[in-house]
Design a protein around this ligand. Sequence first.
Ligand code: COA
Ligand code: AMP
Length: 644
Amino acid sequence: MNGSHAASARAAESYRATYARWQADPEAYWLEMARGIDWIKAPERAFDPAAGAYGRWFPDATCNTCFNALDRHVRDGRGQQAALIYDSPVTGTKARYSYAEMLDEVATLGAVLQDLGATKGDRVLIYMPMVPEAAFAMLACARIGAVHSVVFGGFAAKELASRIDDAEPRVILTATCGIEPTRVVEYKPLLDSAIEMARHKPQTCVVLQRPQADASMHATRDKNWRTLTAAAKAAGRKAECVEVAATDPLYILYTSGTTGRPKGVVRDNGGHMVVLKETMDQLYDVQPGEVMFTASDVGWVVGHSYIVYAPLIQGATTVLYEGKPVGTPDPGAFWRVIAEHGVKVLFTAPTAFRAIRKEDPEGRHLAGYDLSGFGALFLAGERADPETLKWAEALLKVPVIDHWWQTETGSPIVGNPIGLGALPIKHGSPTVPLPGWDVQCLDEGGHPVKPGTMGAIVLKLPLPPGALPTLWGDDRRFREGYLAHFPGYYDTSDAGFIDEDGYVFIMGRTDDIINIAGHRLSTGGMEEVLAAHPAVAECAVVGIRDALKGEQPCGFVVLKAGVSQPPDEIERELVALVRDRIGPVAAFKLALTVNRLPKTRSGKILRATMRKIADGEDYAVPATIEDVTVLSEISAVLKGRGFG
Ligand code: COA
Ligand code: AMP
């Protein structure tokens, strides 16, 4: 056996032993992992199977997440170490916050929130760009036991309004603007119009003034962030950590469902900390004092878990990057950040690497950057196509690790646990189930399929700590949406297969969710917007292949009889409508007028067939099709726009 084979064998053995230890006694395993956390009342019991929809983790424990992310590191001598490095090429700003400084900022903001009446269990909505204050806001909520709900800045007012109505926040924290390379996105008008639309009216909005945009302030409701925090600092006001139950919610994060109504994924305090710490050790191998750079946004689960909570709970340093992989200013932006801040692990979405590759296929922008401390690249958020993986491996000469998870799970389900020793990589597979996850592949009848056969990827209950216990205020939707289809399992709504070696392959969604540049969006939600246009009789939105973003939405619309407005004008209005109602992040640029939609005899729209036509793939004509000639009409319209 040569050296690398021996290392692989050791890694496989270490992974197998850890996974087997979890399988043999999950409760003992998680109680052991729980020792990595500073509890107020440590758990004596790991799991209560009778509580919640499928049981609850650490039912007898109490804790504070902010204490674990900040205070304990200051207590243990990391006060002067960098907790957060802010790197913002879009504003030309960089800043470094030590653990002691960050604790000071967070405790102050916590006191401000308490002064505004926010207490344990109250919701605080955070609508902010990628600035350090967004992370301070999340941790300040955690500190005082308030439940935060971060809304991504690329969503439009209506999406924000639906989240305000569902979460019913007492306070909203925002900034005057976000900065995109081509424009300043003013947040305040969006927020004002969302509050106007929403039934629930928050008591207070705290607005962080950024130099790039001013905002008009509501006389009684709006408060200036810097004025409030400066006053609290001058008065020496700081919030103490509030004791919460491990099962109390830390946050609600809305994600796309199959309809336009977003789902409020609930995350608890205790289990979340335990699992994040475990993944930093076993999966990412980022140790205290090391630097992790997660190029995502705090509005997504990736940002919650691996920009904010996990690196800080681990006592590592996190990089909060306000910029893009390309164009800010060039495709060497990530290499600069890695070299400048001594990054060990970079985590981003494959689309970012496709963007870099497109602009710099030879990797010329790498020249001059010292990446000797760089250890691994992790990719998630969408399927990592093997071409991009191979390109990144050849360029960076570090392990490139695809890993698979969802907003709901809060942490990776399948990955290559390099902290235990890297397993051999199979391109196209995120590797193996991590401890805590019993991943299975079932047919429609709920029976396990043979290795290599496509099926529904499901997770055997109970889900591990850190996964969602329910949806905010909607246990029924949680049970019906996730647990009802395959009794005893959580349905991931992803399809794929598991091979002979136990490697999992995730091939795509089984529902109406599409993945645009690693962002999860609902085609059903877009259809609701298109259908609201007065000229539209019916419509269907499908995700079609896009070389950069993985998928892009394509809306087929049938106009009402007698509509005299020119179709191209209606198509432009539809594009504008989706941008206005859902937001630019939906990247909806393609509305196509067709005479009819292909349907089955029972009236079901054949979305999958339209998608295959658009992608130029072979397709079998469904036996139940009502009228086969519609397919050639669709094909002709697509060809007219350069697709299919
Ligand atoms: N606030 C307001 N608008 C935003 C926004 C934000 N936080 N983030 C994105 N947008 C806008 C963009 O400006 C763009 O608007 P446009 O239609 O006017 O150009 C639109 O939403 C689509 O954004 P995006 O999908 O990011 O596309 P892009 O063309 O700006 O950039 C990539 C393409 C590949 C560079 C970019 O998607 C990227 O960096 N992806 C990384 C993946 C990632 O972060 N995934 C998160 C999950 S891990
Ligand atoms: P989100 O909840 O936004 O994180 O999106 C989760 C969905 O993104 C999953 O259900 C998958 O469809 C997709 N996804 C995430 N990571 C991967 C991956 N590594 N491979 C394939 N699909 C992925």
